[in-house]
Design a protein around this ligand. Structure first.
Ligand SMILES: [Zn+2]
Length: 116
């Protein structure tokens, strides 16, 4: 099974080739607390961007290990790309932008990104 996600206007949309997650991670770092994202992490192999990268802008800061993407039209940030702790490529899915997921039912695990 797979699930989809998108920005508000639809110019950034993707499919993730795995079952919809039942857990999410909430991070308290300087950018996550502002965006309010509920994170799910997947691999580039399971992530299919269905729209043009031309509709994406990217924000990086600090160590530049995460490419924080957002839609140039509506400003939503439905996914990000980066490098995991083991050096592997990873994709962050913002579950608030995913379809068919009951956000209230997600088991949300806090992550203390502010202390990193
Ligand atoms: Zn948009």
């Amino acid at each position: 099974m797979s699930f989809r996600g998108s920005c508000h206007c639809g110019k950034v949309a993707y499919t993730v080739d795995e079952d919809p997650p039942t857990e999410a991670m909430a991070c308290n770092c300087s950018i996550c607390r502002r965006k309010g994202a509920l994170h799910h992490f997947t691999t580039p192999e399971r992530f299919r961007l269905e729209t043009s990268r031309g509709d994406i802008r990217t924000y990086e800061f600090n160590k530049h290990v995460v490419r924080h993407h957002f839609c140039t039209t509506c400003g939503c940030a439905p996914f990000a790309e980066g490098t995991g702790p083991g050096g592997q490529a990873m994709v962050e899915i913002n579950l608030r932008c995913a379809e068919g997921i009951d956000l209230e039912a997600l088991k949300v695990k806090p992550f203390d990104g502010a202390s990193l």
